[in-house]
Design a protein around this ligand. Structure first.
Ligand SMILES: Nc1ncnc2c1ncn2[C@@H]1O[C@H](COP(=O)(O)OP(=O)(O)OP(=O)(O)O)[C@@H](O)[C@H]1O
Ligand SMILES: [Mg+2]
Length: 252
């Protein structure tokens, strides 16, 4: 396949009178790990929802391996979504299903695999995220970090080509943050998906990203390698990555 895996072209989105995205341009190459940073409320989750066709742009285009997704409907959209794995902000597990059943759920819903194959696959995934012994527990009975890992395992069950992670580590202790990052890197190496990850973990994300893109005022102000972003002379980028309260970005 040639061309970018994901191409976002001039995407605009408003809610009521509020302009959230004002011309986002971004390309994601197949197999790369792209990390999106930017202020809380800046539209990062909204942008991810556009990639899955959960929201439609007011203007602009989103191409997934050359297919314009806002034109897709019904079955075509379902087929496209099957190529995505998603770790939602907050995890979004099914509370009434065990950890094991959460991971097995996509296999039961979307495949006709026999029970034995489903069990084997779900167990393999749970092992990969270090939760082989936790399958019988309910989400409320495991820690926040474990829930994030369950969400990660569930996102990978259908062997997606693209995995979207919306703040997969927010609210976790520093050791767990690094453990999850290492897990993402490890799974990425083994499975080879394209990853788009929204994160506030600065500086940790510089250790896992191939590229970092900063969203500000509804547009990408800069995208580049971790080295380039860390050496950026753009005052907005500099202020954000150093967390300086003084600068062009004003706290609300
Ligand atoms: N469905 C919706 N209807 C109306 N407004 C929305 C909707 N979804 C998001 N918004 C608004 O869009 C803005 C961006 O929200 P978004 O969730 O994308 O922020 P974010 O960058 O992900 O922030 P955080 O880092 O806190 O998760 C917010 O002001 C939010 O209130
Ligand atoms: Mg968000």
């Amino acid at each position: 396949m040639s061309g970018p895996m994901v191409e976002i072209r001039n995407v605009h989105k408003s809610f009521g009178g509020q302009q959230v995205l004002r011309g986002v341009d971004l390309q994601v190459t197949q197999g790369e790990i792209l990390v999106i940073i930017g202020r809380s409320g800046g539209g990062k989750s909204v942008l991810l929802k556009h990639l899955m066709g959960l929201l439609k742009p007011d203007q602009g285009e989103i191409m997934i391996s050359g297919q314009e997704i806002s034109r897709l409907r019904g079955r075509e959209l379902d087929q496209l979504r099957e190529r995505f794995g998603v770790v939602f902000q907050g995890g979004a597990l099914f509370d009434s299903l065990t950890v094991f059943e959460n991971v097995a759920f996509p296999l039961r819903e979307k495949t006709r695999l026999p029970e034995e194959a489903i069990r084997e696959k779900a167990l393999t995934l749970l092992k990969q995220v270090g939760l082989a012994d936790m399958g019988h527990k309910y989400p409320a009975e495991v820690s926040g970090g474990m829930r994030k890992r369950v969400a990660l395992a569930r996102a990978l069950t259908m062997e997606p080509e693209v995995v979207l992670f919306d703040e997969p580590t927010t609210g976790l202790d520093p050791i767990m943050v690094n453990a999850i990052h290492r897990l993402i890197l490890d799974l990425h190496r083994r499975v080879g998906f394209t990853a788009i990850l929204v994160s506030h973990e600065i500086p940790e994300i510089f250790g896992i990203a191939d590229r970092v893109a900063m969203l500000h005022r509804g547009a990408v102000v800069e995208a580049g390698t971790p080295e380039a972003i860390q050496a950026s002379t753009n005052p907005v980028v500099r202020q954000f990555i150093t967390g300086d309260p003084e600068g062009p970005i004003q706290p609300d």
